[in-house]
Design a protein around this ligand. Structure first.
Ligand code: COA
Length: 435
């Protein structure tokens, strides 16, 4: 232990010092998702760039948690952000032409990192070193291994609030280039407000989910509302990309016990976690939660091994064919594919499985129908017409899989907002879709 502490002390530095010693102009850096982002290091890189000491740095990210420098106009052309799954800051920067976007299935990102991107540098926030000299990447097990395949420089921010996950990648102190301590509390997501529409949709989906099912819940109020609506179920399991607070609620109330899962029995499986401190505390040293690489977790072949697999995700619009757009409003960038398509495919291949894509029937104060004859020009398709299963709005559930175009259009019009049904029917007739 003494030896490990000596090594630790020899690598302990400040973010500015780590940047000046280990980063060179042109370096390609990458981080895992959400809580893996080290603001302290990104800001230090920004300072070095502003001082003219560094140039042409690229940072690959997923699910930004703050307006990092590489998304800010003053660093355009010098500090390049590449978003693989966007939130507010990256979305704004991409639409302003400041940052770039990488289309990819989440499950492919570790392989794409290793094969195409080949980052020079891993930047991560980790839990404190254990007695064997290892740092756990904690809440982020998703793509770190893919980055580590090529990254020769490893820069770690040690944060005592980051839980120690026993299954996330473990990095030994001897591998580390530089580390610094920053014990500020981790970013937490505010509790989701479940509005009337989300609650209604959550109720419909809950009716379709039998006891003993295994769940994936995506991002947003609707997947959270489904979680809340499932509290009276029994023997549910969790196999998901993002571990959320609604899942914590289901574990705490006993609805989830993971007992019927044929693989990882009795355990919750996720690729990453993002939510409350209560959840981060639950993950800490807990053998019952496994954070595993997304290339395995999101593989439809892994998902399909669970009977009655239920996947619930949100979207922005759907057309009569059942093509789902969850990533853009026309050409305007909103998000990434994430795991939506992986889970839709896995769920429909699972015995008894179902996939639900759910959203409010309208947007912008009921002025826009989200069920449309065709998607907006430039809209990006996240789930194909050949994979789509159930579409759900506050007006009910439309089963599309195994249905013809005419049957799909009728089922979708029936769950559109009543004020749009007539014009949708007119459009379907005009295109000779309704038979
Ligand atoms: N036309 C115009 N505006 C639209 C619209 C449409 N068809 N559909 C939605 N909007 C607007 C909404 O009005 C809302 O605007 P506001 O912020 O001004 O209120 C905004 O777009 C977001 O819509 P909302 O339904 O509230 O989104 P959400 O927070 O539930 O997130 C996704 C939905 C699709 C962006 C989100 O689920 C996502 O990122 N998905 C990515 C793919 C995925 O599912 N991956 C798997 C889980 S990680």
């Amino acid at each position: 232990m003494e030896n490990l502490n000596t090594i630790y002390q020899s690598k302990l530095t400040t973010p500015d010092e780590a940047v000046s010693r280990f980063l060179h102009s042109g370096a390609v850096c990458a981080s895992d998702i959400a809580l893996a982002h080290s603001s302290t290091l990104y800001e230090a890189i920004g300072r070095a760039i502003s001082a003219g000491k560094l140039d042409d740095i690229t940072q690959h990210t997923l699910l930004d948690t703050s307006p990092f420098p590489f998304y800010r106009p003053e660093f355009a052309g010098k500090y390049h952000g590449v978003s693989w799954f966007s939130q507010a800051s990256s979305r704004k920067a991409i639409n302003a032409g400041i940052a770039d976007v990488m289309p990819a299935y989440y499950r492919d990102i570790p392989g794409l990192m290793e094969t195409y991107i080949q980052p020079d540098v891993l930047i991560a926030v980790v839990s404190p070193m254990d007695k064997h000299g290892y740092f756990s990447t904690g809440c982020d097990g998703s793509i770190s291994a893919g980055i580590l395949a090529t990254a020769k420089t490893i820069l770690l921010e040690v944060n005592s609030h980051m839980p120690r996950s026993l299954t996330s990648p473990q990095i030994h102190v001897s591998q580390v280039s530089a580390l610094w301590e920053n014990h500020t509390p981790l970013i937490c997501l505010p509790p989701t407000k479940i509005d009337e529409v989300s609650a209604k949709i959550g109720g419909y989906i809950a009716e379709e989910i039998p006891d003993g099912s295994t769940l994936q819940l995506g991002i947003g109020a609707i997947p959270d509302a489904v979680g809340i609506a499932l509290q009276n179920k029994h023997h549910l399991g969790i196999h998901t990309e993002m571990f959320t607070d609604s899942m914590m609620t289901l574990i705490e109330c006993g609805a989830v016990d993971n007992s019927t899962k044929p693989i990882h029995t009795n355990k919750t499986v996720a690729a990453f976690a993002f939510g409350s401190q209560r959840m981060y505390d639950y993950i800490d040293d807990n053998t019952m939660v496994e954070m595993l690489p997304v290339s395995y977790v999101n593989d439809p072949a892994t998902i399909a091994q669970h009977p009655n697999f239920m996947s619930i995700n949100a979207a922005l619009e759907v057309d009569f064919f059942g093509q789902v757009c969850a990533e853009s409003i026309g050409t305007r960038h909103v998000s990434g594919t994430g795991g939506q398509s992986d889970y839709v495919r896995g769920a429909v291949q699972s015995k008894g499985g179902k996939s639900f894509i759910a959203f409010a029937s309208t947007a912008k104060d009921e002025t826009i129908s989200r069920i449309m004859p065709t998607l907006m020009p430039g809209a990006q398709i996240s789930t194909s017409k050949n994979d789509v299963d159930y579409i759900v709005t506050e007006y009910g559930v439309a089963k599309l899989r195994g249905r013809t175009l005419s049957q799909r259009a009728k089922a979708l019009i029936a769950i559109a907002h009543p004020k749009f049904r007539e014009e949708l029917t007119f459009a379907a007739k005009k295109e000779s879709i309704l038979i």
